[in-house]
Design a protein around this ligand. Sequence first.
Ligand SMILES: [Zn+2]
Length: 258
Amino acid sequence: MNNYIPILMYHGIKTDLQSVPQGREIGADIYDVTLNNFVSQMNWLAQHQYHAIAIEEIDKLSYQKQVILTFDDGEMNNFIHALPVLQQLKFQAYFFVIVDRIGKPGYMGWDELNQMQEASMIIGSHSMTHPILTDLTDVQVEDELYNSLKILVNHLGDGVNTLSIPRGFCNDKVMQIAYASGYRHVFISERPENLESDCWDRIAVKASWNHQRFEKAIYGIKPINEQISDRVKKTIKKSLNGETYNRLRNTLISISSK
Ligand SMILES: [Zn+2]
């Protein structure tokens, strides 16, 4: 059996009728998967006997086909659209929330997060304010990671012990602070080449994916054109600081959308 366990990273799940939260980061919409696509992706997993599980269950259930589902940013559409689909298929998933945005328009509040937990979903931190952590001082990183964990634990109990690094920027220093703050598992997006710390890297599911591209991701295959553009991105990212890279990326996004 194939032992590869894909870890998928979703963000917003959207429909034509529903608007996404105001004030999101530029480029966030490339990760907005439509509800139709999300439903067909989840159904495909279920039809192919995949189980969506928590990290702790990987060894216990190693005889099964497994996938790990994660959602970043804590948008309300996760509660409205994703939760019923997951519950129906008995899939478990991680929801990483930006603590400062809990209960703001378009984002889940404590009530929704409680209901998520009651439905066996796992809530984790996605920092206080969603900054580029590698541009911050150690004390600021601590504030982002430790304070957000503390607030979540106070409201939701000590089962909260996972972190998702915001916006794809991390290094070993950030990871050390994360583990020292009390996190047991840290999820990132693509692993930077020079990162040595333990963490779980994920596949970002994109709005532009058709079903074939989704299946490739489940089998751990990345098309060659994406491999090339990722290599270019990684090289640029390594040579610039987070904010400079981000400005360049935002400029390219705004040019290409004109
Ligand atoms: Zn995020």
